[in-house]
Write a protein that binds this ligand. Structure first.
Ligand code: F6R
Length: 612
């Protein structure tokens, strides 16, 4: 999604802005731009469609900028095609006000018409340009920049994280937030503003999260926060716990690769301090429900999107099996429009890596309105979902920069396992079974390390055959969602069409696709459905499909049936997705690299989807 960076202080602005938006490249974008006010009081705008480096190449001589105040943006098109004209910043009629904006202005057509009637001239197809003219219109009347932004925003319907500067008031940046994150980075004699902490972490660890309907006036040594209703708000400075190594590739060529390799640690971080070895259960400190409330939960509804939704599907198996509570998993985008049947005995769990996904956020609001308690399972500390849920657990995966989610998925599974285990122990799970779960979980990081060491072998599998145009992923039981996740990973970063199915469903339709060009990836750990999967493998072989099987070392009979076998260490069925997904992540990485794709910034995708 779009990214915003702003700076005001004692340093030359341009390098800070460029470096800042480069840190946000991972979010996905199609154009980039900057606006600075130089020491002569001139407003300089520069923007280009395409990558930031393209914009950089065409910048006028850097020395001419002499500026200590500026804003920058990476745009992911919503209204108006990706182009240099439509790239942000946008300007008012007098070229005095420059604005960058994330989000969508829903009533922009009406506002635009009214402004055109007042004589405003528009140059772009964007909804954002309307904001520049609207602020200009109000500013001309009340001559107070911060107040003008507030008054203008009262007329706006939609979502925004926006940052505005004006030539007439070159010592301040005005920022406003509704539905799209903005964070002030607090420095000494300098301050920052960004849509993502990744752009701030190199400069400061002290941040202020703006809340919805708040606006901020930022100077180099102060910040005033007000609500849209003009009440002043006391800023709360928080410390972020990210460090710079989290947002850099280190020895790796790609963030996705680094994040796959980080999983032994990220999984351990998700359960560290959360195991109660005395009671053989998990302890999720953030789950603020008393034992009576926990026992009264009659159903659980999980809402999420994409990979987080797949984690939810695995969570369904985990929680139902351990706690015997019925679980439904719904796409957040569907949940909000289906008048869901939920009440105060329903626990809604929202899962989101970014904590900013618009559809998930809307589902949470719908659930809370209907009286359900909502738990958040998120990665980004202080994110909107973390703040809008009743209680929750962080997955502590650290910054996930690769657009394709990898380590967040396994950390989400870990937290869902802890939750199911904890609920189960409060109900019917015996201490003996509880102890076994704890023992098995502790062994997972080491087993993940072993699977990652098969990287070269997995690369050889990819290189052994021509790159396919399609692929089928099949799994059963708790590994069916892993098949979905494997297929999603492949299509996202390699653009190879892939589908995931429960293995037995293959003969109800997808079997028609199988021929000698179709790789079929079976997720077949040694569990209660292993024998059934073998029959499915036979069915594929009979139709000349290429079989890649992921199984355990105990199942070496599969060698004669498959073209390639990836043997992984064994664990209990409920934890097996934490292992089976790792070879699938590596497979998609190598397919994408073999095709020459940009694995960290796949086309059309955004890291956090803050629009509906
Ligand atoms: C896939 C992927 C997306 C996200 C989805 C939800 O690799 O990253 O499918 O999982 O957009 O995002 P979060 O988890 O941030 O709510």
């Amino acid at each position: 999604m779009c990214g915003i960076v702003g700076y005001i202080g004692k340093q030359e602005t341009l390098p800070i802005l460029i470096e800042g938006i480069k840190r946000l490249e991972y979010r996905g974008y199609d154009s980039a731009g900057i606006a600075v006010i130089n020491d002569k009081g001139e407003l300089i705008i520069h923007k280009r469609s395409g990558k930031i480096v393209e914009m950089e190449k065409t910048l006028p001589d850097e020395k001419n900028f002499n500026s200590c105040l500026g804003i920058a943006h990476t745009r992911w098109a919503t209204h108006g095609e990706p182009s240099t004209t439509n790239a942000h910043p946008h300007l008012d009629c007098e070229n005095k006000i420059a604005i960058v904006h994330n989000g969508i202005i829903e009533n922009y057509k009406v506002l635009k018409k009214n402004l055109q009637n007042e004589g405003h001239k528009f140059n772009t197809d964007t909804d954002t340009e309307v904001l520049a003219h609207l602020i200009e219109e109000v500013y001309d009347k009340i001559n107070d920049f911060h107040k003008a932004v507030n008054e203008a925003l009262k007329l706006v319907e939609g979502t925004y994280g926006l940052v505005v500067i004006s030539k007439d008031e070159p010592q301040k940046i005005i920022a406003a937030r509704k539905g799209s994150p903005l964070i002030i980075g607090v420095g000494e004699e300098e301050n920052y503003i960004a849509s993502d902490v990744a752009a701030l972490v190199v400069h400061t660890k002290n941040v202020i999260y703006l809340k919805d309907n708040e606006t901020a006036e930022i100077t180099k040594d102060s910040f005033k926060i007000r609500t849209l209703a003009n009440e002043s708000v006391a800023p709360i400075v928080k410390k972020i716990n990210w460090d710079i190594s989290m947002i850099e590739k280190g020895d790796f060529d790609y963030f996705m690769q680094k994040e796959i390799y980080e999983q032994p640690d990220s999984i351990e971080n998700a359960f560290r301090g959360r195991l109660n070895d005395e009671l053989n259960t998990a302890r999720l400190g953030g789950v603020h429900l008393n034992p009576e409330q926990l026992e009264n939960i009659k159903q659980i509804v999980i809402v999420a999107c994409g990979t987080s939704w797949h984690a939810g599907l695995v969570g369904e198996y985990m929680i139902e099996s351990m706690a015997r509570i019925p679980v439904k998993v719904q796409y957040a985008s569907e949940f909000r429009y289906r008048d869901p049947i939920i009440d105060h005995k329903t626990l809604v769990i929202s899962i989101s890596q970014s904590g900013e996904t618009a559809d998930t956020l809307a589902a949470i609001r719908e659930a809370r309105e209907k009286g359900a308690k909502v738990m958040g399972i998120t990665n980004v500390i202080g994110s909107t979902i973390a703040r809008e849920t009743d209680f929750g657990s962080y997955i502590h995966a650290g910054a996930e920069i690769g657009v394709a989610s990898t380590k967040a998925f396994t950390s989400q599974l870990t937290v869902l396992f802890l939750l199911g285990w904890m609920l189960g122990r409060m109900r019917l799970l015996t201490p003996e079974i509880g102890a076994k779960y704890g023992d098995e979980l502790k062994k997972i990081p080491e087993k993940v390390t072993e699977i990652i060491s098969y990287n070269d072998y997995i690369k050889e599998i990819v290189e052994a055959s021509p790159i396919p145009e399609n692929a089928l992923y099949l799994g059963r039981g708790i590994n069916y969602p892993v098949a979905l996740e494997g297929a999603l990973k492949l299509k996202e970063i390699s653009y190879i069409h892939a589908e995931g199915y429960p293995a037995a469903e293959m003969k109800h339709g997808p079997i028609a696709l199988i021929d000698e060009n179709m790789p079929v990836i079976f997720i077949a750990p040694d569990d209660y459905v292993y024998d059934k999967i073998l029959s499915n493998i036979e069915e594929v072989r009979a139709r000349k499909g290429k079989v890649i099987a992921i199984t355990n070392k105990s199942c070496d009979g599969i060698k004669d049936m498959a073209d390639h076998v990836i043997f992984i260490p064994k664990t209990i069925s409920l934890l097996s997705p934490l292992l089976t997904v790792i070879p699938l992540q590596l497979l998609s990485l190598h397919y994408a690299l073999a095709k020459g794709c940009d694995v960290d910034q796949p086309r059309n995708l955004a890291k956090s989807v803050t629009v509906e």
